[in-house]
Design a protein around this ligand. Sequence first.
Ligand code: ZN
Length: 313
Amino acid sequence: MLIWRELGTMRSMIHTRRGFLAQTAGAMFGAQSPSILVHEHVLVNFARAKYDPDAVFAIVKPKLDAVVQLGCSRFQDCTPNFIGRDPKLLMRLTDACGIEIWTNTGLYAARNHEYLPPYAKEETAEQLSRRWVEEARKGIDGVKPRFIKIGVNRGPLADLDKKIVRAAVLCSRETGLTIVSHTGNGIAATEQLDIVLHEKGSPAKFVWVHADAEKDHAFHRKVAEAGAWVEFDHIGPAQQAIDWHLECLRVMEKNNLLGRTLISQDAGYYKPGEPNGGSFKDYTHLYTKFAPQLTPANQKTLLWENPRTAFGN
Ligand SMILES: [Zn+2]
């Protein structure tokens, strides 16, 4: 644990001063490169409440500073449009914390379509895709989204969920961006995989988010064997969650599928409408409690190489 933490701190200190030295230090210690958190949140506004960006900034900045100290160099913010996506706030935090924060395009159909705008029901998959391609090309408030975030309900999927997935595949084909899909269960994951293949998308550009919610490892294996990514993303401080995520990784490793596996925490986040943004799940647990239980080689695979293969550099 100490080695991971100290190296992380040392790397990030060097990294923030000079990228070149960070590489040299990594080679010198035979250690991993800086790490990437693929699925976290700064802010989620399910309450649709008004919020003060300064208040969010004040609460989240020290939380991000803490993972920068542990070696995190990229934080992928998975909050979609209409649930609090705020690229301006993310860029302020990027500048203040010295960490890359990525935002997304797409729409969230989970929670029974409650957070879809009315146009999502009326427009075709092609029209929805066109909106997202525009965002990818022109940016949102001056920030280009780096992945497509969607959400679907539990399978069997409703037609509206299927349309959102189709739109994402069309957008991915045109922009090359990877699809990250909040998914209710294994059936919904395999249904989405079928849509990806049917629409001639690439399974390597599809991430099954919240795969840890599915208890049947046969689904994990099936999706990864097809070349898509399986993301176990509820690592937290509780021993039960740590044990379950370690079991998922063991199954993937035993089946030679660790190269199609992602891990993260789905942590944070400021909740507008609650006093001081409500309870906050810190971003550090993965580093302090979980990563030390992995081999250095697996740390590098899961926290550096796989995120870069799945999403780009
Ligand atoms: Zn999430």
